[in-house]
Design a protein around this ligand. Structure first.
Ligand SMILES: Nc1ncnc2c1ncn2[C@@H]1O[C@H](COP(=O)(O)OP(=O)(O)OP(=O)(O)O)[C@@H](O)[C@H]1O
Ligand SMILES: [Mg+2]
Length: 113
């Protein structure tokens, strides 16, 4: 039995099921190996191919994908976790139509329990 048949059909878009966003996680066992640069370049490439791209820098303490794009976001995921902003309110526009969910880079604030 081919258990992945339905998943493959969905991915091909031939089953009539709504298309799901594709999530690509870029990770490493070691810091500073080039993840952020790979993500930035992949994002631009996918966007130029007509894909809608959203980047989440999941480094919640030292996210820097916004720095790489030269963006200074007014709000970050920290504000969402603190209940001050919604996800859509913190989203910023990057180059080539990319959207970015910025994360904080060094904070002393604690989230509400
Ligand atoms: N292909 C490459 N060739 C040379 N230098 C690179 C390359 N990719 C990244 N670098 C450099 O390596 C350093 C780390 O890159 P980057 O920030 O993308 O890594 P990272 O894995 O996201 O780091 P972190 O774990 O701190 O998030 C930067 O100074 C960057 O300019
Ligand atoms: Mg990084």
């Amino acid at each position: 039995m081919d258990q992945a048949k339905t998943l493959r059909k969905w991915a091909e878009g031939s089953s009539g099921a709504p298309r799901q966003p594709r999530v690509i996680a870029v990770t490493s066992g070691k810091g500073g190996v080039g993840k952020t640069n790979v993500v930035a370049n992949l994002a631009v490439a996918f966007s130029q191919l007509g894909q809608r791209v959203l980047i989440l820098d999941a480094d919640l303490a030292l996210g820097n994908v916004d720095v790489l794009f030269g963006i200074v976001p007014p709000y970050t995921l920290e504000h969402v976790l603190l209940g001050e902003k919604s996800i859509s309110e913190i989203m910023v526009q990057g180059p080539a139509g990319i959207r970015i969910l910025p994360t904080s880079s060094g904070t002393g604030r604690k989230c509400r329990s």
